[in-house]
Design a protein around this ligand. Structure first.
Ligand code: IPM
Ligand code: MN
Length: 341
């Protein structure tokens, strides 16, 4: 039968809680759909630093290396960027969709939210996060450098163009060439787009794009952005969806290894209380199943997620004391998934 080895890196904060929940559901789903999952646990972040003296230990790298996918919870500082860079996870996919039952959770007017379906394609292995950085020896300044090889822009542009082709044929390119002209996102993407005659490419200055996303989110299909801009814009996606706790993501390198992580972080204010929203992690696993070609399992999981939202079950981040809503813990939501699968 089909067997998958998953490297499980719960990390810190609500990471372990949402990973536990999502994996419980995944194991059951595998049983029902006739494939096998073997989860091998690894340390990352603060727990790794405490036990092994490194935020991203070699043993964890090896565990990930031999896996069919990495399930990652959250870390507060240290570990994640090293993991992304080690495996060259340059391609980060962050879908944002509006859900009619959650329109009231967004500050945007409901008529702006109907059928919003955006895919952020964020470059994840270069740019400002990984450019030359340091502090002056006299301590008077620090610097981080935004640096992109043209080839790094071309490889992520190709992904974004392919995604636009699979979707609605529209690609928005977030850039800031009025201030940062040495990194020619627009030209390079437009050159790549010669091979994709059906795709409309629209470069938009990133500051203006932030405004447009709030004014008319329905008009966007695929949005391509460099590392930092993509990070900032995808949090804005959380305000469109109604909670950042809902958003999942998948990252891939050139050999197709995947890293699956929710868009939210450790949420220290609610960590350990068992109330974190597992839907971001679960949505990330849906992307993992899709990548494996387990389409039946993926759509089953997505369907149950919709059902649960339609039926009014809400973790604390989504609960608004509406009489149709039922406030649930992470575990409650997990049990509901298992029953409905
Ligand atoms: C994200 C996070 C990370 C990032 C942090 C934790 C380094 O905000 O995945 O969006 O900036 O990439
Ligand atoms: Mn972020």
């Amino acid at each position: 039968g089909r067997q998958y080895r998953v490297a499980v890196l719960p990390g810190e904060g609500i990471g372990p809680e949402v990973v536990d929940a999502a994996l419980k559901i995944l194991y059951l789903l595998a049983d029902l759909e006739g494939f096998e999952i073997q989860g091998d646990y690894g340390l990352i972040g603060l727990p790794a630093q405490e036990k092994l003296g490194s935020f991203f230990p070699e043993t964890t790298a090896q565990l990930c290396q031999g896996s069919d996918g990495i399930v990652f919870g959250a870390v507060s500082r240290g570990g994640l960027l090293e993991l992304r860079q080690h495996f060259d996870f340059f391609m980060n996919l962050r879908p944002v969709r509006s859900h009619p039952h959650l329109f009231h959770k967004s500050p945007l007017k409901p008529e702006l939210l109907q059928d919003v379906d955006i895919l952020f394609v964020r470059e994840l292995a270069s740019g400002l996060y990984f450019g030359p950085a340091g502090r002056a020896t006299d301590g008077s300044y620090g610097y981080h450098t935004m640096r992109y090889n043209d080839s790094e822009i071309r490889r992520i542009a190709k992904v974004a163009l392919q995604k636009a082709q699979e979707r609605r044929g529209h690609l928005t390119v977030a850039h800031k060439e009025n201030a940062l002209p040495q990194i020619p996102w627009c030209r390079l993407v437009q050159e790549m787009a010669q091979d994709f005659p059906d795709i409309t490419v629209e470069p938009v200055l990133v500051d203006n794009l932030a405004m447009q996303l709030v004014m008319h989110p329905q008009d966007f299909d695929v949005i391509l952005a460099g590392n930092l801009f993509g990070d900032i814009l995808s949090d804005l996606g959380g305000a469109i969806a109604g909670s950042i706790g809902l958003l999942g993501s998948a990252s891939f390198n050139e050999r197709g290894l995947g890293l699956y992580e929710p868009v939210h972080g450790t949420a220290p204010d609610i960590a350990g209380k068992g109330i974190g929203n597992p839907l971001g992690m679960i949505s990330s696993l849906t992307m993992m199943l899709q990548h494996w070609g387990e389409h039946a399992a993926a759509s089953r999981l997505a369907q149950v997620q919709n059902q649960i939202l339609e039926q009014g079950y809400r973790t604390a981040d989504l609960y608004t004391k509406n009489p149709q809503e039922k406030k649930v813990s992470t575990q409650d939501l997990t049990s509901l998934f298992c029953k409905r699968l």
